[in-house]
Design a protein around this ligand. Structure first.
Ligand code: BGC
Length: 875
């Protein structure tokens, strides 16, 4: 027996043992116990049944650090949490293009989770970056599903190597924070499959996560968590997922529908309301008990499979080693976007820096800085770094490097001083600006730290603009006038419009580098690290150039994904829209040559990849990221210009060359055919393009692929925008043709799904007051300073149903009473109140108040009484 087959046999035996324990436990559980297991008992924990030897399961955020709250748990990062390593967020991790590194980071996260008693780590986040404005883009990997899926798979492998579970999120099509709990993502099935599901498919098939989180939003009219098409037909039946589906926190609307559709746990703790309702549904014959049993099996498997790791964990993790790993990830994720020779240097033209660097011509570029260069450090981010985003992923880091501290403690460069240069709030400050200008006059190089503020990148709200704060742009301009060499270090989790780039000689994008990001940036400044990251998303020249600029984010009930397949580079390249920095782009302190591409075949003659030689032709060590794009210029079925289908990061010493193979998998040539309802392949010639970015193709091979002979599903349909990729303004008729049905109404209707932000449209004076207060607080949130008040944003975008699903005490009956109030019940109360007044001469206000309050109080009391009875039965 080989080692592999021994390991597989051991896994099989382990699974059998686990399966037997699950069946044995299931057989001993009452219906009440089964139903209660499927809802959370605390903010992050499930119910334990000590008599049955079923321990509680503990979940914890999140994607780049463990946010475990020993006390006072909540899900928005508002309360403090136990100290944990804050690794770089997904945006930086993706820029490494290194799934093995993501796996090492995942393993460290898994280890920290174990030590904190956490069974399931709520990450990675791999929603597709549809627009650079999404407030949570910093938590997601890429605009490309292949890259996102591969990075996520690495992460999951790492986490699960520690015996705990990873929980990729948010499944699916969850691309905006505005109305996040009640927005309906409307798109055609091909777009859903090829873009929004493919990343999840890669991670499920390759890394077998034991859990997955359903998203808050609806997908084509049905909540993701109640969506049989997503959870059962695709996730479980097509991809073979056999783990537990966990709702997002408060993301269960109709628990019975969720369980029926394939959702296992509803979180956080809805009290006894939902377990009782589930039990009643079974007793009334509306839901088969076998369905509940299936979900309970999934739940128990997860509990039993992860419990040993938590029980046997050591008490602490190695904080130094994890800090060092965080630094490595931050360093590998650094993207050098510009590195020109300073203006006026011998051999330097006014030429575009990137080009100068790419062909190695001209005078030496600004970076790396020579030892003892006299550096002026400018910009508030040098002292107070932006290294993570806000919301549920907020980590209480074990320590924090700042660029100012690192620069002061190091003697590689000579620090002549530091000035903040601008106010973080966005307010103009002539004094700060003048002090910074004065400082840089006396330096060889100005290192200017710019970035997006805390308020701009957060869960629960989308960005309003792609621009950097004007006071930062103004500072940079003033520094440019005063200093011959200007380097910008940019922090932020999403692209910004880059009109200001002309004002610097070098631009190093740190993204959100985690607690050790500043040290990584300093190492790159002085050449100890060669920045070798590549962008995992396109930087458009301006917001107006992005494909869904006109519609993102949607404030209405529906979010129409009119751009279809044309997200990110798929759009810019197909529609020939010039960009600031293309997908896959990244400079380096060295240069790489790509040569001798050849197809790699399996023993049976199938194409399995492309091999090529990558050579470091510069003077310093560095990593190349070779990217493989598949294109079919003579396609019949419309498709993007080209699509990423493979990549490989190669570390090379100066002068070293290596033969590498970029693997292709069975998703390389497929497209989803909406007429046959299946993945198909268009037969004929394909181009396999190898590039250093999507815009810099160095080698091309041709290959012939046998097709499946499916008909063109768009034949005879008026979908011209999709044929040309010019989708910035798709007419209604074309979008309807793509959908295959009429466009659903975007109107918000009064019901459980209406959000607090919609209460102005209700027919209730009381709810109008609630709306007015909340709107005022929401407007104040964007007054410009400091961190956002997430509670306000959360409630503003929260649907009424979440009042019940987010709290253990409020039954759904109360929500229904509120909905009646929103429909005009209270106004109707004027009639009896008037009648009583006419008869008795008084009591108007009392009758009216009773009319409004009694139904709500009655629903509350009824719910409490029924839930208490259920709890007694549960024992
Ligand atoms: C977020 C999830 C997170 C959960 C628990 C939700 O608000 O959307 O990503 O895992 O809270 O904190």
């Amino acid at each position: 027996m080989t080692t592999d087959s021994k390991a597989a046999a051991a896994r099989g035996a382990g699974r059998e043992e686990l399966g037997a324990r699950v069946e044995d436990t299931l057989g001993k559980m009452s219906l009440e116990q089964k139903c209660a297991l499927l809802s959370g008992a605390t903010a992050f924990g499930t119910r334990a049944y000590p008599a049955l030897d079923v321990p509680a399961l503990e979940f914890s955020d999140g994607p780049h650090g463990v946010r475990h709250q020993s006390a006072g748990a909540n899900h928005l990062g508002i309360g403090g949490s136990d100290p944990a390593t804050c690794f770089p967020t997904a945006v930086t991790v993706a820029n490494t293009w290194d799934p093995d590194l993501a796996s090492r980071m995942g393993a460290a996260l898994g280890e920290e989770a174990r030590t904190m008693g956490v069974n399931v780590l709520l990450g990675p986040g791999l929603c597709l970056k549809r627009s650079p404005l999404c407030g949570r883009d910093f938590e997601y990997f890429s605009e490309d599903p292949y890259l996102a899926g591969k990075m996520a798979a690495g992460f999951v492998r790492g986490v699960q190597s520690q015996g705990v579970a990873a929980c990729p999120k948010h499944f699916a099509a969850n691309s905006q924070e505005t109305r996040r709990q009640a927005s309906d993502s409307v798109m055609d099935e091909r777009t859903l499959r090829e873009l929004y599901l493919t990343g999840f498919e890669h991670v499920v098939r390759e890394a077998h996560p034991q859990a997955i989180m359903s998203s808050y939003n609806l997908v084509n009219g049905t909540y993701a968590n109640e969506n049989d098409h997503l959870l059962t037909q695709i996730l479980r039946n097509e991809w073979g997922f056999d783990g537990a589906v966990v709702t997002d926190w408060g993301g269960s609307v109709d628990h019975v529908a969720g369980v029926r559709a394939g959702s296992t746990f509803q979180m956080p703790a809805p009290g006894m309301d939902d377990p009782r309702v589930l039990c009643e549904a079974v007793r009334a014959g509306r839901l088969a008990e076998s369905v509940v049993d299936d979900r309970v099996r999934e739940a128990l498997r997860l509990v039993f499979a992860t419990d040993p790791a938590v029980r046997t964990a050591s008490a602490a993790f190695d904080q130094d080693a994890h800090h060092e790993l965080a630094r490595t990830v931050a360093a590998e994720g650094l993207v050098l976007l510009k590195n020109a020779a300073p203006a006026g240097a011998v051999g330097a033209g006014a030429a575009d820096a990137a080009a100068a660097d790419a062909d190695g011509a001209g005078a030496a570029p600004v970076l790396p800085l020579a030892a003892h260069t006299r550096v002026a450090l400018v910009g508030d981010f040098a002292r107070v770094p932006r290294y993570q985003g806000a919301g549920s992923s907020l980590v209480n880091c074990t320590r924090l490097d700042t660029l100012l501290d690192v620069a002061q403690a190091s003697d590689d460069l000579d620090l002549v001083g530091y000035e903040p240069g601008f106010a973080r709030s966005g307010e103009k400050s002539a004094t700060k600006l003048a002090a910074a200008v004065e400082l840089v006059r006396g330096a060889d190089v100005a290192v200017v730290c710019l970035g997006l503020g805390e308020v701009e990148e957060t869960e629960g709200a989308d960005r309003r603009t792609m621009d950097l704060a004007p006071n930062q742009v103004e500072l940079l301009h003033a520094v440019r006038e005063a200093c011959g060499r200007v380097v910008v270090l940019l922090s932020g989790g999403a692209p910004v419009s880059a009109g200001w780039v002309a004002d610097c000689d070098a631009l190093l994008y740190l993204a959100l580098g985690g607690q050790a990001g500043a040290r990584a940036a300093y190492d790159a400044l002085c050449g100890r690290v060669n920045p070798s990251g590549h962008l995992a998303e396109t930087w458009a020249r301006s917001l107006a150039d992005t494909p869904c600029a006109r519609t993102f984010p949607s404030d209405e009930a529906t979010a129409e994904y009119r751009e279809g397949l044309y997200v990110g580079y798929r759009y810019y390249q197909t529609a020939s829209v010039p960009v600031a920095f293309p997908f896959g782009f990244g400079l380096s302190y060295t240069r790489f040559a790509y040569a001798d591409a050849a197809p790699e075949l399996t023993a049976t003659g199938e194409l399995r990849g492309v091999s090529l030689t990558v050579e470091n032709v510069g003077d310093v060590a560095g990593a190349a990221v070779a990217q493989l794009y598949v294109a079919k210029p003579d396609h019949v079925v419309f498709r993007p210009e080209q699509e990423l289908k493979g990549f490989c990061r190669v570390e090379l010493s100066p002068g070293e060359k290596r033969r590498v193979t970029i693997e292709l998998d069975d998703t390389a040539f497929r497209y989803y055919n909406v007429r046959t309802g299946a993945w198909e392949v268009e037969g004929g010639t394909y181009e396999l393009r190898i590039g250093d970015s999507c815009d810099d193709i160095r080698l091309t091979l041709l290959t012939t692929v046998a097709g499946t002979g499916a008909p063109d599903p768009y034949e005879g349909l008026g979908v011209d925008s999709y044929r040309t990729g010019r989708v910035a303004d798709v007419p209604d008729a074309e979008f309807a043709a793509l959908l295959g049905h009429a466009i659903p109404s975007p109107r918000v209707t009064i019901g459980r799904d209406m959000c607090f932000r919609d209460l102005g449209h209700s027919r209730s004076p009381i709810l109008w007051v609630v709306y007015a207060v909340l709107s005022a607080l929401h407007r104040r949130n964007y007054g410009g300073s400091g961190a956002p008040n997430l509670n306000v944003e959360f409630v503003y975008n929260m649907p009424l149903h979440a009042i019940a699903t987010m709290t253990p005490v409020v039954p759904m009956g109360v929500v229904d009473a509120l909905v009646r109030e929103a429909r005009g019940w209270g106004l109707l109360g004027v009639v009896p109140a008037l009648l009583v007044r006419l008869i008795t001469g008084g009591w108007f206000a009392a009758v009216w108040v009773l009319w409004v309050l009694v139904p709500i109080a009655a629903a509350f009391a009824e719910g409490l009484a029924r839930n208490a009875a259920f709890e007694r039965r549960l024992g």
